[in-house]
Ligand binder design. Sequence first.
Ligand SMILES: [Zn+2]
Length: 84
Amino acid sequence: MTTTVWLSPSATAFSCVCEPCLERARRSGVLFADALSVASVRGAVAPEAAVTVVRCAGGHEIVLRRVERPRPLARHSEGQLQIA
Ligand SMILES: [Zn+2]
């Protein structure tokens, strides 16, 4: 069970919750707020990286994927630059 996090095209940092850690903490009966803080993972991500794999404190893989930038328009036309 791998956690996948989607990043915006300009993101340089991430913050997420490791689902296996959250599940394990939840099953151990701790308060939900404590489970969340145990499972939370945050860090920096290179702006040019499309996919980055990080690990939580418990060693689970977390895949950070950057959503694709919108495709540039294939052809520019004068009409697109006009402000109505
Ligand atoms: Zn984990």
